[in-house]
Write a protein that binds this ligand. Structure first.
Ligand SMILES: *Cc1c(COP(=O)(O)O)cnc(C)c1O
Length: 397
């Protein structure tokens, strides 16, 4: 099957994806899917979304040539797609705004979300504040302590942040709790998932809202270089910024795609979030994909220097793209990401998010094999301001 026609009617990308949810949620997923199918072709809805993306989010985002950093990578024409310049500092707002607009059209006045690092929670709280929707964000207690500033931000924006004390008290436990809430309040509530994860139609909806990234980048590159990129690179947590950059480009056979996962601090289970080299087929949070798990199928702990990349599973469309060999996936260690974080800051005047630094780290290590004449685009998924306190503590300054 061509990727352009993915997923199939049941929400599968090959053997990945689907809808693995309790019966009580099937009706809500159907309602969401039919509302979305209608709205994605609705001219008034598209215009409303475009207006908010332009006037509130700040789209289109810039495409910046990074000449000095490119030299450190072996030399190439390197362009950064500047999702860090979006309101709230990352690509997550593209999806949060889109889904909030759908929720309002469905007559749902209450929004729930989960958040790990707090970035998706902040984006959702922001969208709800703009549109006058009630917002409840589930967050693990460990993450709340690690990301105090984002907890405070969400509360300033009028959201209720609910601490989750079960399990490892991190993202996967927050998702479990959000699903529990949704089962109970499904009539009044829409659940906004923050990446290309979860049961169908979420991976499709989130991809569509993020695909604006690649659509803009193709147009901007055409104008600047007269050509298509040779290589497109993005970091992969759940996979939304990567699929956002890649999706509109996949139809061009000449483009090479690289997704970069969190290599963490070692190869053992628990030391990284590299689902392709360390995971196996499994079901987590409503979708079938590659999952980091132990020999009994219990979900493994993960580690990454960047909170946004340490999810134990990956979007089902990425699992498919990997299987058919259309996208290559590699990982980048904590140390290499940190090196790229510093290098980009020092030579381009841009402090990147630690997540995005993984894509840059891969290029720093492997760029020399690409060729000086090649055009490379990297998705700069977010800005690093949020990571500065963590890095200052880590480096003892
Ligand atoms: C959340 C986040 C990511 C990882 O999520 P994806 O769905 O894989 O994009 C990457 N970069 C930034 C800046 C983030 O906030």
């Amino acid at each position: 099957m061509k990727t352009a026609t993915m997923p199939d009617r049941l929400g599968y990308y090959g053997e990945f994806g689907g809808k693995y949810v309790p019966e009580t949620l099937m009706a809500a997923l159907d309602e969401f899917e039919s509302a979305y199918k209608k709205l994605r072709r609705d001219r008034e809805f598209r215009a409303e979304l475009d207006d908010v993306l332009r006037d509130f989010v700040g789209r289109p985002t810039a495409l910046t040539e990074a000449k000095r950093f490119a030299e450190l990578c072996g030399g190439m024409r390197l362009f950064l797609k500047r999702e860090d310049l979006n309101h709230t500092g990352a690509h997550k707002i593209n999806n949060a705004i889109g889904q909030s607009l759908i929720a309002r059209r469905m007559g749902k006045k209450r929004i729930i979300a989960e958040t790990g690092a707090g970035q998706h929670g902040v984006a959702t709280a922001t969208a709800c504040s703009l549109l006058g929707l009630e917002c409840v964000v589930y967050m693990g207690e460990v993450d709340m302590a690690r990301q105090e500033l984002n907890v405070f931000r969400m509360r300033l924006l009028g959201a209720q942040v609910v601490p989750v004390a079960s399990g490892s008290r991190t993202l996967k436990d927050a998702i479990n709790e959000a699903i529990r809430d949704w089962v109970t309040n499904v009539r009044t509530t829409h659940y906004i998932i923050g990446s290309v994860l979860g049961p169908h139609p979420y991976p499709l909806v989130v991809r569509d809202f993020q695909s604006v990234i690649g659509r803009e980048a193709l147009g901007q590159l055409k104008k600047r270089t007269g050509a298509l990129p040779d290589v497109a690179i993005a970091c992969v947590g759940g996979g939304s910024n990567a699929i956002g950059l890649f999706y509109e480009m996949l139809k061009h056979e000449s483009i090479r795609f690289i997704g970069v996962e969190a290599g963490g601090r070692g190869r053992n289970l628990g030391e990284h979030a590299a689902r392709f080299s360390g995971g196996a087929l499994g079901v987590l949070h409503g979708t079938r994909s590659m999952v980091l798990q132990d020999e009994f199928g219990q979900i493994a702990e993960t580690h990454s220097i960047s909170a946004g990349l340490d999810y134990p599973s990956i979007g089902p469309e990425h699992a498919y793209l990997q299987q058919i060999g259309r996208v290559e996936y590699y990982d980048c260690s904590d140390d290499l990401a940190l090196e790229a974080f510093h290098k980009l800051s020092e030579c381009e005047g841009i402090i990147p998010a630690l997540e995005s630094s993984h894509a840059l780290g891969w290029l720093l290590r492997n760029g020399a094999s690409i060729g000086r004449e090649k055009i490379v685009v990297v998705n700069l998924s977010g800005r690093g301001d949020k990571d500065v306190p963590q890095i200052a503590a880590l480096e003892g300054k």
